[in-house]
Design a protein around this ligand. Structure first.
Ligand code: ZN
Length: 445
């Protein structure tokens, strides 16, 4: 019988919360400053750090590779950038924030008046102290992003504009960890890792996935797990295009992102809508004791868009906190390490583990004594007091299991029907198996 080490839902091993807080904060602090993009050395540097948590295979896909209707773009790298006024003062400096340069800006070094420079400046007038995040992956351009307050103070002048970047044939890099379980059936965890210093979107997802990968690698698992650290959109398209054969093994999947803001958990269902992953996540959220939201699939958002495109239609949902665009800090310099709190990241982490726990242990059983109820008292199954091996298996859970274990209903079906938490039903099924009243556990996938 497989067991995820702990579930966060009251049973199993209690995690060392302070230790988790510390670890998550430390990893977040290391990843946050790196200037990542959909290609380039910042992405590689991030994968190197994540490799300390799991043995990642790093793939390099050459520029120009056709991936379905797309083409792997040129590789972008940046060393420095600034705008300097005629007094020699840097009014914008990449070294102060990597958000100051629009992602994929082509190299430029020239002098220009404010009127021309202004065409390349991006600000947020309604949030005058925040720097926006902008990219131009597929159109050659250059730009700077700055606070509106500083922008408003720019005087007429000749400015020296310098972007020391390169946009050349190179590679799209992604990291992959395949962890073999008892069956080749797979659980896909997909994390985009292409944003520069933006913490909730997307350093939080990288941190959660890194710690999840390390945790999983220490467990005996039924499913095989495939963990991807990819650039958003082009990364999932590239992976799907190069791995069509592997796709057939995917039974469940989650896109990991926005894991650390203070908002409630939000689950976006897979396109299938009622896949086992959808039901497992909804069950965990329902029994989490906190507020949560479940929304239907829509073809906008993160990489679930690609996994759930009609040609694949994989059971992949997205478990996050506040969705993109629904919190004011999204894609601005205010999405920083102050927005992401370790207690929220830890809460998200425990929910992910709970979901994996449900799916790892969800099976169908058959009642060996289906004609009328078996006598539970004579088997010691009514004495569900503390200290016994079946302490968690309360009487109603036993009765529901015996009644519905006809080989067609899974433990999750029974938990839902009984209105009970999965772990209570699961513990009761263990007690009935030991007593010989259930047999032949069948996996559900
Ligand atoms: Zn984003």
């Amino acid at each position: 019988m497989n067991k995820i080490a702990f579930t966060g839902n009251g049973t199993g091993k209690v995690p060392d919360m302070q230790g988790l807080f510390r670890e998550m904060t430390a990893l977040m602090t290391r990843l946050f400053p790196i200037c990542r993009s959909i290609t380039g050395d910042g992405f590689r540097e991030s994968l190197k750090i994540i490799s300390e948590y799991m043995p990642l295979t790093v793939h390099e896909v050459p520029t120009g590779t056709r991936v379905f209707d797309w083409t792997v773009p040129r590789e972008w790298n940046i060393r420095d950038a600034y705008v300097r006024n005629s007094s020699g003062e840097k009014v914008i400096d990449f070294n102060e924030s990597n958000l100051h340069v629009m992602g994929y800006s082509v190299p430029v070094h020239e002098k220009m008046p404010l009127s021309k420079l202004r065409e390349h400046l991006h600000t947020l007038p309604e949030r005058p102290d925040w720097i926006p995040y902008r990219t131009s992956y597929y159109k050659e351009d250059w730009g700077f992003c700055m606070t509106h307050r500083k922008f408003s103070g720019l005087r007429e002048d000749m400015y020296e504009v310098h972007i020391d970047s390169s946009l050349r044939d190179g590679h799209l890099t992604y990291g992959e960890y395949y962890l073999r379980g008892q069956t080749p059936e797979e659980f896909l965890l997909s994390c985009h890792a292409c944003h520069p210093s933006l913490c909730n979107d997307n350093v939080s997802g990288m941190v959660l996935t890194a710690l999840l990968g390390r945790r999983l690698s220490s467990l005996s698992l039924r499913y095989s797990y495939r963990i991807l650290f990819i650039p958003g959109t082009i990364g999932s398209i590239t992976w799907l295009s190069l791995n069509e054969e592997a796709v057939k093994n995917i039974r469940h999947g989650l896109v990991v992102t926005a894991a650390g803001d203070p908002g409630m958990s939000t689950y976006k269902r897979s396109r299938q809508g009622n896949a086992e992953i959808d039901r497992a996540v909804e069950h965990v959220l329902k029994h989490s004791g906190g507020l949560y939201r479940v929304v239907d699939f829509s073809p906008y958002g993160y990489d679930e868009r690609q996994y759930c495109s009609p040609g694949f239609n994989l059971p992949v949902g997205c478990l996050q906190r506040t969705p993109h665009g629904e919190y004011p800090e999204y894609h601005t310099s205010a999405d920083n390490c102050d927005l992401v709190r370790p207690e929220h990241l830890t809460d998200s982490f425990l929910k992910y583990l709970s979901v994996l726990n449900v799916l790892e242990n969800n099976r169908r059983y058959i009642n060996t004594n289906p004609k009328c109820e078996p006598q539970l008292g004579s088997r010691g199954l009514y004495a569900s007091t503390g200290g016994q091996s079946h302490a968690a298996a309360d009487r109603m859970a036993l009765l529901w299991l015996l009644n519905m274990s006809d080989g067609r209903h899974s433990l999750l079906d029974i938990a839902e029907r009984a209105g009970m938490e999965f772990n209570i039903i699961h513990a009761a099924s263990d007690a009935l198996l030991k007593a010989g009243l259930l047999k032949d556990g069948q996996p559900c996938a």
